[in-house]
Design a protein around this ligand. Structure first.
Ligand code: HEC
Ligand code: HEC
Ligand code: HEC
Ligand code: HEC
Ligand code: HEC
Length: 374
């Protein structure tokens, strides 16, 4: 081969590589990790699924009787999930009875004939979604226990800005990444009338299912795999700064180089300020949010901060108006998906921008240049 052809070939391969990245068709090298049962068991043992001390598994231990109620057991116990699948010989797609305490998400939760053949996940909104491979089981537990439809029915026909003592905070529940991935297809958020919302966030054809990104046993993300398409990523700390070329400045702060995670974080802060302003101005009681149940409390000293002596069950916020309840539901939802920037950024941005705009109708808020993706 003549020397002068080389540069052309190099350009050809570079361009080809770039095009492949742009259309998201890069074939990833097969995972090279040790997949012996021993190695898998070790990875699983290190994961949250195997954590016998986790609140998610011991929450009912001191109850009388010490059992996990049927409506909680599907996700909080191996027995409950096997019951839900019908693997215990009872009717499928429902948990027939309270489950024994003392289990975690063991191997047989995901490795049994029904779980292996399962193709459809059923969500709290009633939506049914086909998901390929073992990821369908992930979505059954990481879907929350509520949907935007619960918020809609609780607030239906009530005057938007009147405090109503029948209203209580609606908690979507925890680690809801599976529902956020499917967005409007499963109506996990409270969706404002007249707007359209993003459904499934594909990400990219070859890297879209739960176990494409999460090791099914360790549950962790392997940043080395991201690097195949996002060259800026070399370790886990870098994933928060990934941003696509055309991503708009959603939060309107003028920074178009921060990761899409940063856009969501700032929008979430703006949303909190809008919620606090509305509560004080319209509901007549100042509100704060803290990371412990039931999440919303009275800001008794009115300083805007969640102070330790304010965060207690007896001081929970009760002066809900329908408008406030909707925004608070969406705010907490964003908080309950640490992977939201990756699972479905457009959907979360839409929920936040619409919540802020809706609050602003009753309590005008300086929204700046927030951008709502179509
Ligand atoms: C039977 C219900 C159930 C199934 C099925 C399930 N999970 Fe979980 N998952 C949980 C619970 C409960 C926790 C919280 C455990 C804890 O707090 O230690 C959790 C925790 C997690 C976490 C947090 C990380 C950690 O180590 O705590 C990730 C990530 C996760 N699951 C991903 C997945 C993926 C991916 C799948 C499918 C391969 C899956 N889950 C299937 C119930 C489930
Ligand atoms: C659709 C699955 C699902 C159902 C049904 C479900 N949960 Fe959970 N729950 C989860 C997941 C996933 C977590 C995340 C675990 C974590 O982060 O600790 C969780 C966490 C929790 C936690 C721990 C929160 C914390 O602070 O660590 C409690 C308590 C809890 N759930 C109570 C309940 C109760 C009570 C019910 C029944 C009324 C219930 N759950 C039903 C999936 C579910
Ligand atoms: C939360 C669900 C879940 C749990 C719990 C789980 N697995 Fe898996 N496992 C999967 C999925 C999904 C796959 C398929 C992996 C893929 O498609 O990349 C898999 C794959 C495997 C494989 C085949 C690996 C290969 O590629 O050759 C083995 C073996 C295995 N699991 C063993 C276990 C053992 C042993 C445990 C308990 C220590 C366990 N699994 C717990 C979901 C789970
Ligand atoms: C395109 C990659 C990708 C896909 C697909 C994906 N996730 Fe995630 N997920 C992430 C990233 C990145 C994070 C944030 C990093 C972290 O928390 O470890 C995350 C975080 C999570 C968390 C919270 C972990 C924690 O530490 O609290 C859960 C639970 C979760 N994902 C479940 C799922 C489920 C269930 C699916 C499938 C329905 C899914 N994910 C699909 C990339 C992905
Ligand atoms: C096979 C190629 C490929 C792999 C591997 C891949 N990505 Fe992506 N990623 C893409 C493409 C293509 C897009 C653009 C998709 C879009 O905007 O619709 C994207 C978009 C994203 C976005 C959204 C950025 C924005 O501005 O909205 C994030 C965040 C992201 N990827 C993170 C990750 C992380 C973290 C990993 C590793 C766990 C990963 N990606 C692995 C191809 C890939």
């Amino acid at each position: 081969m003549k020397k002068s052809v080389w540069p052309l070939l190099v350009i050809f391969f570079l361009a080809g590589g770039l095009t492949a990245i742009l259309i998201g068709q890069v074939k990833l090298a097969p995972k090279t990790q040790d997949n012996s049962v021993e190695a898998i068991s070790e990875r699983w043992t290190e994961s949250g699924h195997a954590d016998q001390e986790a609140e998610a598994f011991i929450h009912w231990d001191e109850d009388d009787p010490a059992e996990i109620p049927a409506n909680c057991a599907k996700c909080h116990s191996a027995y409950g999930y096997l019951d839900y699948l019908g693997e215990d010989g009872t009717e499928a797609l429902m948990v027939d009875a309270a489950a024994n305490i003392g289990s975690v998400v063991t191997c047989n939760v995901c490795h049994n004939p029904t779980a292996h053949e399962k193709e459809v996940a059923y969500f709290p909104s009633g939506a049914e979604v086909s998901i390929e491979g073992g990821s369908v089981n992930c979505a059954e537990c990481h879907q929350g226990t509520r949907s935007g439809l619960n918020v809609e029915s609780a607030t239906q026909d009530l005057p938007e800005d009147e405090v109503n003592s029948d209203l209580g905070f609606i908690n979507v529940h925890y680690k809801i990444g599976g529902a956020v991935r499917y967005g409007s297809e499963v109506t996990v958020g409270y969706e404002y009338p007249g707007q359209t919302y993003a459904g499934y966030f594909l990400h990219t054809e070859n890297y879209q299912y739960c176990t494409d990104c999460h090791d099914p046993h360790a549950l962790t993300i392997d940043a080395v795999e991201c690097a195949a398409c996002h060259p800026s990523v070399s370790d886990l700390a870098d994933i928060w700064s990934v941003r696509s070329e055309g991503t708009p400045d959603y939060d309107g702060d003028g920074n178009t180089t921060e990761g899409v995670y940063g856009e969501i974080e700032t929008l979430h802060e703006i949303m909190y300020a809008a919620i606090q302003q509305y509560a004080t101005d319209v509901a007549g009681t100042s509100i704060i949010y803290a990371g412990s149940f039931p999440y919303w409390f009275n800001d008794t000293n009115g300083d805007g901060n969640a102070d330790e002596d304010e965060i207690n069950f007896g001081n929970q916020f009760t002066d809900w108006t329908p408008r406030l309840l909707k925004a608070a539901y969406n705010y907490h939802l964003v908080n309950e998906d640490p992977g939201g920037f990756m699972h479905n950024a457009p959907y979360l941005v839409q929920l936040m921008v619409d919540s802020i705009a809706n609050l602003s109708e009753a309590s005008p808020f300086a929204m700046g240049n927030l951008i709502r993706p179509d």
